[in-house]
Design a protein around this ligand. Structure first.
Ligand SMILES: Nc1nc2c(ncn2[C@@H]2O[C@H](COP(=O)(O)OP(=O)(O)OP(=O)(O)O)[C@@H](O)[C@H]2O)c(=O)[nH]1
Ligand SMILES: [Mg+2]
Length: 464
C-alpha cells in the first residue's frame, strides 16, 4: 500500500494561488525530484517547480517533518499559481513520481491514525470547514479544542475504574469476596449516567445552532406566509399569489440574525381540502410544526382573530405546542383602518391563545407587503435565542453519530444499575459496563471500524 498521498487542497477552479499537499514517508523524496526543499523543517522557500528539465511554475514550498505536521507524517505543501492547468500538471507530476491520489479526508484520517487528533476532533475539522455562521463556527472550534473530548475521556475513566473494581472481584471469585460496596457503585453509575443524559439533551440545542434553529411559518391560505418568508429573506424565494393554496410543499431557507442561523420553513396553508396533494402538504405542515422551536402563526389581520384560535386549537389536538415559542404575526396591517382597535384585539388574542396553548406568546403587527414591523419580529427572534441559549451548557453535542452512541451508553448504564440493584454476579454486570465503554469509545475513536472511519471521512473534501 502506497502511503504517500497527494491532492489539491484549495477549491476547484482558478484562483490567485492554489495549494497542493503531499504527505507520507516518501513525501520529501518525491518533492525533491521537482523542487529544492527548504533547509529547515517548518520553513518555506521560493523555488522553480520542474518536470524533468521543463519549468512548470515558480512555487513556494513549505516543509513539515514528522511528527510536527498536520498529518503527523512528512508533509510538503506547494503554493503554485492558481491556473487549473498548473494545478493538474503539478499534481500529476507528484503522482508520476510515486505519490497516490488522496481519498476525501485522507490527510485528516492520517492525522487521526497518527494520534494528532481524536475522532471527535477530526469531525470538528469537517464542521469547521462547513461552518457558515458564527454559532456553527464557535461550536466547531470548541469541539476541535477538545473540551468535549476531555469530558468524554473523564466519563470513560470513571467507567474504566468501575470495571476494574468489579473485575478485581472476579479474580478472587473463589473466595466470594466483595471489594466494592454495591450501593457506592450504584451511585457512581447513576452519576455518570446523569452526565451522559445531560450531554444527550444538549444535542437538540447544539444541532439547532449548527444547522439553524427551526422556525415554521404557518397559517390560513392567503394569510401572507410566503410573503413573510420573502420579506425576511429579502428575496422572491416563494411564489406569492392571491389564489388560496399557492404553497403546497414546504420551502426551507436559512438566514442569519446576529451570527445565529435560523432555518425558516414556509408551509402549505391550514385548511380542510379535498385535493389529495394539498392534504399531503397540510400533513407536512403539521410535521414541520412538530420539529420547530419557534412558530410564526401568520394571521390575516382583516379577518376575525377567532380563526387563529380555531387553527391553534386543532393543531393542539395533534401535537403539543407547550414547549414552543409561538409568535402571532398579524399581517396586512396596511389594510386595517383602525389601528387602535387592532391593538386591543391583539391583547385579547394573545391572552386567549396563551390560555389555549400555554406556550410563550408574542404578538406582532406587520405588513409583509410593505415591510412594516419586520424589524421588531427579527429582534424578537434573536432575543428568543439569547434567552434560551444563555442557559446552554459549556459542552454541547452537535453530531448525530455521537448522540446515537451516547444513547447506547445510556442504555448500557441503565442495565448496569439494574444489575447492581438486583445483586447480579459481577461478571454479568461487567458485560454491560464493557458495552457502555465500547460505545463511548466509538465517539473519540478508541474503538473504530473501517465502516465508522469510512462514513466520517467521506464527508470531507479531497485535499483535507
Ligand atoms: N395588502 C397586503 N397584502 C398582502 C400582504 N401580505 C401578503 N399579501 C397578499 O396576500 C396574498 C397571499 O399572499 P401569500 O404570501 O401568497 O399567502 P400565503 O399565506 O403564502 O398563501 P398560501 O400559499 O396560498 O397558503 C397575495 O396577493 C399577497 O400579495 C400585506 O402585508 N398586505
Ligand atoms: Mg404560500
Amino acid at each position: 500500500m502506497n502511503n504517500t498521498i497527494a491532492a489539491v487542497s484549495t477549491p476547484h477552479g482558478v484562483g490567485g494561488i492554489a495549494v497542493v499537499r503531499l504527505s507520507g514517508p516518501e513525501a520529501c523524496n518525491i518533492a525533491s525530484r521537482h523542487v529544492r526543499l527548504p533547509k529547515q523543517a517548518g520553513s518555506t522557500c521560493f523555488t522553480p517547480f520542474r518536470i524533468n528539465d521543463t519549468l512548470l511554475d515558480e512555487v513556494v514550498v513549505t516543509l513539515f517533518r514528522a511528527p510536527h505536521s498536520y498529518t503527523g507524517q512528512d508533509t510538503v505543501e506547494f503554493s503554485c499559481h492558481g491556473s487549473i492547468y498548473i494545478q493538474q500538471i503539478l499534481l500529476q507530476a507528484l503522482l508520476d513520481s510515486g505519490a497516490r491520489m488522496a481519498d476525501p479526508g485522507e490527510f485528516t484520517r492520517q492525522a487521526f491514525l497518527n494520534g494528532k487528533l481524536n475522532l471527535s476532533q477530526a469531525e470538528a475539522v469537517a464542521d469547521l470547514i462547513d461552518s457558515t455562521n458564527a454559532a456553527a463556527h464557535s461550536l466547531a472550534v470548541s469541539q476541535l479544542r477538545g473540551g468535549y473530548a476531555q469530558e468524554l475521556e473523564h466519563l470513560r475513566q470513571q467507567l474504566v475504574e468501575l470495571t476494574a473494581l468489579l473485575e478485581l472481584e472476579l479474580d478472587f471469585s473463589e473466595e466470594d469476596l466483595e471489594f466494592a460496596d454495591r450501593s457506592h457503585l450504584l451511585s457512581l453509575v447513576s452519576r455518570t449516567n446523569t452526565r451522559v443524559q445531560s450531554l444527550r439533551q444538549s444535542f437538540h440545542m447544539g444541532n439547532a445552532l449548527k444547522r439553524g434553529i427551526p422556525v415554521a411559518i404557518i397559517g390560513r391560505p392567503n394569510a401572507g406566509k410566503s410573503s413573510l418568508l420573502n420579506a425576511l429573506l429579502h428575496d422572491n424565494r416563494a411564489i406569492v399569489s392571491d389564489i388560496p393554496g399557492t404553497t403546497r410543499d414546504t420551502i426551507e431557507e436559512t438566514f442569519v440574525i446576529n451570527g445565529t442561523p435560523f432555518r425558516i420553513i414556509d408551509t402549505a396553508g391550514l385548511r380542510h381540502s379535498d385535493d389529495p396533494i394539498e392534504t399531503l402538504g397540510i400533513q407536512r405542515t403539521i410535521n414541520t410544526v412538530e420539529q420547530a422551536d419557534i412558530i410564526l402563526y401568520v394571521h390575516d389581520a382583516t379577518q376575525p382573530f377567532t380563526q387563529a384560535l380555531t387553527d391553534l386549537q386543532e393543531l393542539q389536538g395533534s401535537l403539543s405546542l407547550e414547549d414552543k415559542h409561538l409568535f402571532i404575526v398579524n399581517n396586512k396591517i396596511d389594510k386595517c383602518v383602525d389601528s387602535l382597535m387592532r391593538e386591543c384585539d391583539n391583547g385579547l388574542m394573545g391572552k386567549s391563545i396563551h390560555e389555549l396553548t400555554h406556550s410563550h406568546i408574542n404578538t406582532f403587527n406587520i405588513s409583509a407587503k410593505e415591510g412594516n414591523g419586520l424589524g421588531a419580529l427579527t429582534t424578537a427572534l434573536a432575543e428568543v435565542v439569547q434567552t434560551d441559549f444563555a442557559q446552554a451548557p459549556d459542552v454541547m453535542l452537535t453530531n448525530v453519530r455521537h448522540y446515537n452512541a451516547l444513547g447506547h451508553v445510556n442504555q448500557a448504564l441503565l442495565q448496569v444499575s439494574q444489575g447492581l440493584s438486583d445483586n447480579l454476579p459481577a461478571d454479568l454486570v461487567v458485560i454491560d459496563l464493557r458495552d457502555a465503554l465500547h460505545h463511548l469509545g466509538t465517539i473519540t475513536g478508541q474503538v473504530t471500524t473501517d465502516e465508522i472511519l469510512g462514513t466520517i471521512f467521506s464527508r470531507f473534501c479531497v485535499g483535507k
